[in-house]
Design a protein. Structure first.
Length: 521
């Protein structure tokens, strides 16, 4: 128990450090790239990266299904079983790398018929796409060992190596873009640093796990010994396609239904939201393996206690993200890249609603994955069908707003109602009423404070914040007060927040005394 908590905390600490560094660098680099390389080039690379994300669906969920089979042998320190599973993973990922390469070549043949931002400069488009394709193939063929590190609750090592490489790459790209404004050079740097990161990380893995022995031949044979891997892979595959359409295809859809230049405009918002969502995912990445080990122990009481504690933490951080975006994202865009890049308030509200649905489901999704519950394939098909139907109907008329409405409609009922029912009845073996009795309070409190944030935005922010000093001043004045009230309300009304704060007895006792004193008065 102690070691699990220690590693989870270490994962979060390292993740937070690199989050802050990458956040600061991302905003600076975006401004430089837009000014030096142009909105059309940034929009084009955004679309190409989305295509690569789609090709990566060929991964089929193999990584997710195999990590599930690593939890128990890691807990038992069974090196032989770990080698068997990792050899199987190596063989499958080599196959995936080849499939992605072949798929990329086929897709690239269609580029002359794509929107103008892709087809107008085919030489640059092909050069960038093939570089991105090579980067993806290198990742699958050589970097599969990082899944072992993550399953062993050492995600902080993965973050430390790959985030350091990514930050160094961004600094080099910024310098070269500023001085040379060469689009080809910007692309080459990304490929070079991918190769460097692969070499450095795999050298570290060999030192960390000297007993690790990978055999592609044995990996192929082991597939017959682990039929559950392919079974779970088939179940996860549809979910992977659905997740790509819902969460990773924004630039591609905006490019098709609106314009490539609008991809850059929308990308200014998503770079902010993605960085803040990454803050939430630091918790997930740090705790996924820990939850898998917790469920494997079979302690029902502790499993539920941790569930509610994680729910409280998740809603606290979701509040930190959503309230900040509600209040300040529009003036921040003006101060950062200029008022010409603003999108409408309707698009912003829809974007934030979509983010809330995605993030608030996080704890349920973590427990589902840790329990190996992937068989509700129909739910993913339903989400996918709804998303495509609504998007195709609305996007030609509403543009970006129609794309976001498609996402929201498709995930709302499955994420909010089916997934909790599926987890509690099939995984935790409890009535879903247990879930709703605990969750209603979180939703009500969050809705009340979102309403307060919108009122503050309309009354104080919209008409008064028009410069960076004003933005900083109002942020200091409004944001901490709103968050403090939100935290105290969650503490007073939910068990999960009490469980979380109780890890620091001094703070818990002080808050409890204050609440008791106020109630007595």
């Amino acid at each position: 128990m102690g070691e699990r908590v220690h590693r989870s905390v270490m994962n979060m600490k390292v993740g937070m450090l690199f989050y802050i560094l990458s956040l600061l660098l991302a905003f600076f680099s975006r401004k430089v790239f837009l000014d030096c390389l142009g909105a059309e080039f940034i929009g084009m690379t955004g679309m190409l990266m989305n295509i690569m994300s789609f090709l990566s669906v060929a991964e089929l969920g193999i990584g997710t299904s195999i990590v599930y089979f690593l939890y128990k042998p890691l807990q038992e320190n069974d090196h032989e079983k770990i080698n068997e599973v990792m050899s199987m993973l190596a063989f499958l990922y080599r196959c995936i790398g080849g499939i992605i390469g072949a798929g990329g070549l086929i897709v690239s043949l269609t580029f002359p018929w794509w929107p103008d931002g892709i087809s107008s400069n085919l030489g640059l488009t092909y050069f960038a796409f093939y570089s991105f394709l090579a980067t993806a193939m290198v990742g699958y063929i050589f970097n599969y060992r990082q899944l072992l590190v993550s399953a062993n609750q050492k995600q902080y090592l993965v973050n430390a190596y790959f985030q350091t490489i990514a930050i160094t790459q961004s600094v080099v790209q910024i310098v070269l873009a500023w001085y040379y404004r060469n689009l080809y050079l910007w692309v080459v740097v990304g490929l070079v640093f991918t190769v460097i990161g692969c070499i450095v990380f795999n050298h570290r893995i060999r030192k960390l796990y000297p007993w690790l022995r990978i055999s592609l031949t044995e990996g192929r044979q082991n597939l017959k010994r682990y039929p559950q891997v392919l079974q779970k892979t088939r179940q996860i595959f549809v979910q992977k396609i659905k997740d790509f359409i819902l969460y990773r295809s924004d630039e591609l859809l905006v490019g098709w239904f609106v314009s490539v230049v609008q991809v850059a405009y929308y990308g200014n918002y998503t770079i902010i939201t993605n960085k803040l969502v990454f803050l939430v995912n630091i918790l997930s990445d740090g705790m996924n393996a820990g939850i898998g080990n917790l469920i494997a122990e079979g302690n029902d009481k502790n499993t539920m206690k941790v569930f509610w504690e994680l729910t409280a933490i998740r809603f606290l951080i979701v509040g930190i993200v959503i309230f900040a975006l509600l209040l300040f994202v529009q003036p921040f865009i003006v101060c950062w890249v200029g008022g010409q890049y603003l999108l409408s308030n309707l698009i912003v509200y829809l974007l934030l609603l979509n983010i809330f649905i995605m993030l608030s489901r996080g704890v349920v999704e973590m427990y589902i994955a840790a329990s190996g519950l992937f068989q509700d394939v129909w739910a993913s098909w339903t989400e996918l069908a709804l998303n495509l139907t609504v998007t195709i109907c609305l996007a030609p008329f509403l543009g970006i707003a129609g794309i976001l409405i498609g996402k929201i409609v498709s995930v709302f009922f499955i994420a909010m109602f089916w997934k909790p029912y599926f987890l509690f009845t099939r995984g935790l073996h409890k009535s879903v009423a247990v879930y709703w009795r605990g969750m209603v309070t979180y939703y009500v409190v969050f809705a009340v404070f979102c309403t307060a944030a919108v009122i503050l935005k309309i009354w104080l922010v919209d008409d008064k914040v028009d410069s960076l000093p004003m933005l900083i001043g109002y942020s200091i004045l409004l944001y901490p007060t709103l968050l403090a009230a939100y935290f105290l309300t969650l503490f007073a009304t939910t068990r999960g927040m009490k469980y979380f704060v109780a890890r620091k007895p001094a703070i818990y006792n002080r808050l409890t005394r204050n609440n008791h004193h106020e109630n007595h008065l």
